[in-house]
Design a protein around this ligand. Structure first.
Ligand code: G3H
Length: 520
């Protein structure tokens, strides 16, 4: 258990950790603690509920640090920015244990997954540094074309507002925040509603590793602190992982949306299609992982299964058995797979989805499916699901697994064509001809076709994006460096006078941009 509640009073603005003595938001853990006969959510602590005033002060600080691209950070040589980032990652690794513990207590992530989230994030930062060195090396040369010489690089965009999701509060936030920073932008970071306190141990590292105002934090109600930022028109990039509903609100708040670059990771309803010749044990293992890792609370989770009628009975029997054997328990228990759900009201929502499907002829087919104990929800396999039911269309983002049966492959394909989402699909089968025939149309529906494997984001060097309502912009270690920058160049006609001038600038190492230094 945590020794005592963490009452965070501080926020980071202009390189200073300010103390807030206004209203706070209590943080209740999804983990319930028995008190006599009752079980109540454990009080984890609290965080500041800042207002428009502090939010705009943070924005002023960020703008000052950027100084219209003339600030210390955006004009700093890449090698120096890398050194700041290395200092940050060094300080961050010291906080592993605290952050892992908070990931378990604040969002109910298992110990193994919490450790993985932390380690994967550190690795992401290190890979980002390497990718930037590579990018810089490739840009450290002149291009000669049609009598013009030019040096082309990527330059920052300005003030970036970073908002991550509750399910990967550290990792997904940092996959935007880190590349945004290292490329010379300045950042305002607002943690998700759930998963705030786990960032608290990093506040000092942020302060000490970066120049004043380069990274700032805001906390509180989105309408109160994010609305004014967007309405100010002074946010240049919105990096947001969450729902398309909120993304639309934020975008529309900006008075000049054409000036706003958006990097968005939104909803998904990734299907798995299980063909008649699939290796059943493998398909069962992968689809259980795909539907239920972190209780199904992954944007990449498999959120509907389409099983061919020929094998549906056998598949469902094995699948339900495996689901029912999953261990439910506290996040720190060894081997645990099903943990408490952090979103208040989530069990009610999931039960509503099940009742809607039941009213239309489906039923929960696994033992204990849909049982609720406090904040625990035992995974429910719902079958047969069809297009009249909410579970067929809505992203449940939780431990309910709709299963539909199909006779003709056109049925799941039509589902994908008509879906509002377009992130990934998993195909299970062994016939090369049939798999090949499916790959070609499906790559035009989604952005990753997984063969005999669950859907997932990693490895982080692979492009991660989606079509339709699922994403805007592409993230990967190297793509992220691109989305937070714009290509800009210095060019000159190839005259002796210009060559001499440029040579002189290079020789004197007088510009960070116009420079042929090679980062080793
Ligand atoms: O929630 C979406 C995450 O980016 C998924 O990442 O597939 O590695 O769990 P993952």
């Amino acid at each position: 258990m945590l020794d005592e509640p963490i009452h965070q009073k501080e926020y980071l603005v202009n390189g200073l950790i300010q103390t807030w003595d206004g209203p706070v938001q209590e943080v209740l853990s999804p983990v319930m603690i028995s008190e006599g006969r009752d079980a109540n959510p454990f009080l984890l602590g609290s965080y500041p509920l800042l207002t428009e005033k502090e939010s705009l002060e943070v924005l002023d600080a960020a703008e000052r640090a950027y100084s219209n691209g003339r600030g210390e950070w955006p004009t700093m040589p890449v090698e120096e920015r890398i050194r700041h980032m290395e200092l940050f990652v060094f300080k961050m690794t010291d906080k592993r244990q605290e952050i892992v513990r908070l990931l378990m207590w604040e969002i109910g992530k298992t110990l193994a997954d919490a450790q993985k989230e932390f380690d994967r994030t550190v690795e992401y930062i290190r890979d980002t540094i390497e990718a930037l060195k590579d990018l810089d090396r490739n840009s450290s040369r002149f291009v000669m074309e049609q009598g013009i010489m030019g040096q082309i690089r990527r330059a920052p965009l300005g003030v970036v507002l970073c908002m991550g999701p509750f399910n990967y509060p550290l990792n997904e936030t940092f996959t935007t925040l880190i590349p945004a920073l290292i490329m010379g932008n300045v950042v305002i970071f607002k943690p998700p509603k759930l998963g705030v306190l786990l960032h608290y141990p990093l506040l000092e590292a942020f302060r000490d590793a970066f120049p004043a105002g380069v990274i700032n934090t805001v906390y509180g109600d989105g309408q109160a602190v994010v609305g004014p930022l967007m309405k100010s028109g002074r946010i240049n990039v919105l990096a947001f992982i969450g729902t398309s509903r909120v993304a639309d609100i934020l975008k529309h708040q900006h008075p000049k949306p054409h000036r706003l670059r958006c990097v968005l990771g939104l909803e998904a309803k990734n299907p798995a299609i299980i063909l008649p010749d699939a290796s059943l044990d493998l398909a069962v293992n992968e689809t259980v992982l795909g539907t239920l890792s972190f209780n199904g609370q992954r944007c990449t989770a498999l959120k509907i299964l389409f099983v061919h009628r020929k094998i549906s009975e056998e598949f469902l029997e094995k699948f339900s058995q495996k689901v029912s054997s999953l261990m439910m328990g506290m996040p720190w228990e060894q081997g645990v797979q099903i943990t408490p759900l952090p979103e208040p009201g989530k069990s009610r929502y999931l039960l509503d989805l099940i009742h809607d499907a039941e009213a239309l002829g489906a039923r929960v087919i696994n033992e204990k499916g849909g049982e609720v104990h406090g904040s625990f929800f035992f995974p429910a396999v719902v079958f047969p699901v069809d297009s009249r039911m909410r579970l067929y269309h809505e992203e449940q983002f939780g431990p309910v697994i709709p299963v539909a049966v199909f006779d003709d492959i056109e049925e799941p394909i039509t589902y994908m064509v008509q879906s509002d989402y377009g992130q990934q699909v998993s195909l299970f089968g062994n016939d090369p001809q049939q798999i090949a025939r499916l790959i070609d149309p499906l790559v035009n529906q989604v952005c990753r076709v997984n063969i005999n494997s669950q859907c997932q984001r990693g490895p982080d060097t692979f492009p991660f994006t989606g079509r339709k309502d699922s994403a805007e912009g592409t993230l990967s270690v190297s793509d992220a460096l691109r989305v937070f920058t714009i290509r800009t160049l210095v060019a000159a006609k190839n005259s002796t006078q210009n060559k001499d001038l440029i040579k002189e600038i290079l020789r004197g190492n007088q510009s960070a941009f116009l420079n042929t230094d090679f980062i080793f």
